[in-house]
Design a protein around this ligand. Structure first.
Ligand code: GLY
Length: 586
């Protein structure tokens, strides 16, 4: 296992700003199991598995399959994702089931004759579709770490029932389906039109959504394993569907047959005495999280907080952040994120194709150089600190703990909402190829990149998904966290962790608290509503470009286990979701 110890990360327990875990040496493992995700029906599926004696992996797989049905725009079989698992015996595992570029994919297909990028091709339609990873990934996760008390078919049964019998459409789905641009795209896809717009009318809140084709595909996966999806009729129809849409589509039967989920060494870092287990490339989320925390660990966040709280006591002001944050501390936070994202753009890509300098990017030297490069004012023009390499919403997350001490943090995505907006056998297909860096243009998230993340056949596009598990030094789990939001995933997860581990906020407050996002390019930092105007004015005086009151983003799904071993879950109030614990005495 790769153990990347962050610069000065081993802060002493019991220091100022200590959380309740730091003052208590050892939480028990969870006394109950818990599932948190973005749809309550899927939450119920996972908790039923735990109550029937399943472990966290069984429950995560059953929940993910249910999300493929009840959250069709995001939870999915036609996309891919990542999972971090912490097992009761202290092991940490990372599963990569990210989509791959088809073996016949060529950058030329995304370029105009003058060499400029045709970004729309990577975002919509057949050329945006990567080889799906979720069917292989969920199967592999269960095969390797499931309890073996259930067959995959048993875990898939609730999802199949939800797809064939149907379930009531909620307000969020109804609102999405009514959106004119999405409607025009989905109505053009014969399957999606029949499923979501029967008789030409968008399903409304309370209508029953039935997905018989998806139920049949799930049944094939359940009975034949990955071959039920990656070979035979389902695979043939998928390839034919894409070729009909765009004759230049290169996604082939051999691409589907050849797809494999991969176990990777998790990234491990330390912050304030806690161990963070998170996703390595081809996600950049874990790397950015560890880099940012490593840089921040060297700034006197606690001292600054104590000073701000003392100022507040001396001269109370509604204008001050109630948790002791001020523009100086938030300036450090923004600049740390900016430097981590600059490295992402320059150096990070699929590690099977490029040599990602992971050890250097989280090593003591990079961390120290990044830290000393942060002065008192914004540095929007900062570049990567490492030499250039040679030339050469929609996502969803679930967090599960079981009473045995196992935990799963799993994020999957179609990329943007409803993916490519093409479907086959009830499966909406991803548009993940937009996550590659096309020359000279930013992707849909405004992210830019380099050769490290250039499109190549068979390569996995760079992600920012950040499934993460925080453990104590004895390897007992204290937090399971992740969420959707493209590059905003890592800033959402980072914000919640900083608020809990540094500011001592409760889980609920930390998730509700307003967020900030900085990703190097563009240099502007986005702020949700709710930040203190005094703090934002102070940042502007330091030269930060501040965008205020940006629409809320992200949907963090998090479980915290307290020192008595009781799990507390929060499903981000920014979107609907569910939190369910197993009964006390099953
Ligand atoms: N498609 C968004 C991500 O993987 O970060």
């Amino acid at each position: 296992m790769r153990a990347l110890i962050l610069g000065l990360g081993l802060a002493l327990a019991g220091c100022r700003g200590a959380t309740r875990w730091e003052t208590e040496p050892k939480p028990a493992t969870a006394v109950r199991g818990m599932v948190v995700c973005e749809h309550d029906l899927a939450t119920q599926v996972g908790v039923d598995v735990l109550e029937r004696g399943g472990n966290a992996v069984d429950a995560a797989v059953a929940t993910a399959l249910a999300l493929a049905v009840v959250l069709p725009e995001a939870g999915n079989l036609g996309g891919g994702g990542f999972a971090i698992v912490a097992t009761r015996d202290g092991e940490a595992r990372a599963l990569d089931f990210r989509e791959t570029a088809p073996s016949g994919a060529s950058l030329d297909a995304y370029l105009a004759p003058d060499g400029s990028a045709l970004a729309e091709r990577a975002l919509r339609g057949a050329l945006s579709v990567g080889v799906p990873g979720s069917p292989a990934g969920l199967w592999e996760l269960e095969r390797e770490l499931g309890s073996k008390r259930f067959s995959f078919a048993e875990l898939a049964a609730p999802a199949i029932a939800l797809a064939s019998r149907g379930f009531p459409v909620d307000a969020r789905l109804a609102d999405e389906l009514a959106e004119p641009k999405l409607r025009a795209a989905l109505v053009a896809d014969p399957e999606a039109a029949e499923t979501f717009y029967p008789g030409g009318r968008a399903l409304e809140e309370g209508d029953v959504l039935r997905q018989p084709a998806l139920a049949r595909t799930l049944e094939r996966l359940a009975s034949s394993g990955p071959d039920g999806f990656y070979r035979g009729e389902v695979a043939e129809r998928l390839v034919a569907r894409l070729s009909r849409e765009t004759p230049a589509s290169t996604l082939s039967l051999s691409d589907l047959e050849g797809y494999r989920a991969k176990w990777r060494e998790p990234l491990i870092g330390w912050f304030r005495g806690y161990e963070l287990v998170t996703m390595p490339p081809p996600s950049s989320g874990g790397l950015i999280l560890l880099q940012t925390l490593g840089v921040l660990d060297g700034f006197p966040l606690d001292t600054r907080r104590a000073e701000v709280l003392a100022e507040e006591r001396a001269a109370p002001s509604a204008d001050r952040d109630p948790n002791g944050l001020d523009d100086r501390a938030v300036h450090w936070w923004i600049e740390a994120l900016r430097r981590a994202f600059a490295e992402r753009a320059a150096h990070v890509g699929d590690p099977d194709f490029v040599d990602v300098p992971l050890d250097r990017l989280v090593g003591a030297e990079w961390t120290a150089r990044a830290r000393v490069s942060i002065g008192e004012n914004a540095a929007p023009t900062i570049e990567s600190l490492l030499p250039a390499p040679p030339e050469g919403t929609q996502t969803t997350h679930l967090s599960v703990v079981d009473a045995l001490g196992n935990a799963v943090s799993l994020t999957t995505t179609l990329n943007s909402g409803w993916g490519s907006r093409l479907s086959s056998d009830g499966v909406l297909l991803n548009n993940q190829l937009d996550d590659f860096a096309l020359p000279g243009v930013a992707n849909q998230f405004g992210l830019v990149g380099s050769a490290a993340n250039a499109l190549q056949p068979g390569k996995r596009p760079l992600s920012t998904m950040t499934p993460t598990i925080v453990r104590q030094s004895d390897r007992s789990v204290v937090l399971v966290i992740g969420g959707p939001g493209g590059p905003r995933i890592v800033s959402s997860v980072l914000g919640v962790l900083l608020r809990i581990l540094v500011l001592g906020q409760t889980l609920d407050d930390a998730v509700r608290a307003p967020r900030l996002h900085q990703q190097w390019r563009p240099p502007t930092t986005d702020f949700e509503a709710g930040w203190s105007p005094r703090l934002l004015d102070g940042l502007e005086r330091r030269g930060h470009a501040v965008r205020r009151d940006v629409e809320p983003w992200g949907s963090v799904q998090v479980i915290q286990i307290d020192r008595a071993g009781e799990p507390h879950g929060v499903s981000d109030p920014r979107r609907p979701g569910g939190v369910r614990a197993t009964r006390r005495e099953p």
